[in-house]
Design a protein around this ligand. Structure first.
Ligand code: 0X9
Ligand code: ZN
Length: 337
């Protein structure tokens, strides 16, 4: 058995136990794979759902979904496990969808950070790595020259919030370019890009897996919170990709499907404009470097009333509407030429 529910937020071990339970109970539909280890040694697991090759014996296109890249965005992980539950335990309801596409889901992309938000600091965002020698080596970590920012810098250092890297600034796409902005060179900052691109075992594991499967992965979707937005590339520039209107068309249909479930309003648009520009983010990397056409970031509920502290009573309503939007993206992307 397992202890998974969507009535409360679960710990990493519970979630991994649920994945392993599903692999055992549905051996022909589900495969759980370890794609690496976190900085603190936790397994980085993905769950694959596939009903096998298509009629011509070719592998189906697949959709990748990750969640929990940012530790405090608990709702994203809860929604990812809900999607897994639907696809696996309710698979009879989704035969046509499963005919169209395979699913690769990583519900806890940053397990060390996720556990840290349960045990130490509910609002932790980054990984939990230490990069002592790297963070000591230069002028860029000492941009803070005012006396107040110096004090703040060393206070944070002393009280130990300088561990970790923002995984969504750590991918190798315009990494750390300061003319773009949106990432920090300060290890104590929440958007620290890391000492080098892919310095984190978590981002490396994701990138290596996706690169090995880039010919079949047709959609990259990363779940975050909060603000109720469906973000389209790019984040590193205000310029638009050539297929921008196609990506917007799908996102708009997903937004409509979300609203239909219980009226939740999403906004749709390019990440750099609708939100803010960033470097080293996974959506941009997936599209530009792995060549995955359909790359989206989804910022789930709410719009700030609870923010990251979304009550567990909102897990099911959030998951239901998100799942409706995700199905639209998965279907339209799988059918796109
Ligand atoms: O800043 C982020 O990493 C994401 N927002 S969050 O509040 N969850 O931290 C948005 C990333 C959007 N994508 C790009 N800017 N490329
Ligand atoms: Zn996030």
């Amino acid at each position: 058995g397992h202890t998974m529910t969507w009535k409360r937020y679960h710990r990493y071990d519970d979630i991994m136990g649920y994945l392993d339970y599903l692999a055992e109970k549905f051996p022909t539909l589900v495969e759980v794979q370890e794609i690496g280890s976190s900085f603190e040694g936790r397994a980085l697991k993905i769950l694959k759902v596939s009903t096998g090759a298509n009629k011509n014996g070719e592998p189906k296109p697949s959709i990748w979904i990750d969640a929990g890249m940012h530790a405090r965005e608990w709702i994203s992980t809860a929604v990812a496990t809900y999607i897994i539950n639907q696809l696996v335990e309710k698979n009879a309801n989704y035969t046509r969808l499963l005919d169209l596409t395979d699913w690769i889901i990583m519900p806890v992309a940053n397990p060390d950070g996720y556990e840290f938000t349960h045990t130490n600091d509910r609002l932790w965002r980054k990984t939990r790595s230490t990069h002592e020698s790297d963070s000591d080596d230069g002028d860029e970590t000492r941009q803070a020259t005012g006396i107040l920012s110096m004090i703040s810098h060393y206070t944070k250092w002393f009280f130990g919030s300088c561990e970790g890297v923002d995984p969504n600034r750590n991918f190798n796409i315009h990494w750390g370019e300061d003319k773009v902005g949106g990432a920090s060179t300060d290890p104590c900052h929440d958007t620290y890009a890391g000492p080098s691109p892919f310095s984190e075992p978590e981002t490396r594991a994701i990138a290596n897996y996706i690169m090995r499967h880039k010919d079949t992965i047709k959609t990259y979707l990363t779940l975050h919170s909060y603000s109720q937005m469906l973000l389209v590339p790019w984040g590193f520039t205000r310029e638009r990709p050539a297929d921008f209107s196609h990506l917007m068309d799908i996102a708009t249909k997903a937004k409509q499907a979300i609203a239909k479930v219980s009226g939740t309003e999403y906004r749709v648009g390019p990440a750099a404009e609708l939100l803010y520009p960033t470097t080293g983010s996974s959506d941009d990397w997936a599209k530009a470097k792995a060549g995955i056409k359909h790359a989206y970031t989804m910022e789930l509920r709410d719009r700030g009333a609870y923010g990251f502290l979304l009550p567990a009573s909102q897990i099911v309503p959030t998951a239901r509407e998100t799942w409706a939007g995700v199905r639209v993206i998965a279907r339209m992307a799988a059918l796109a030429p």
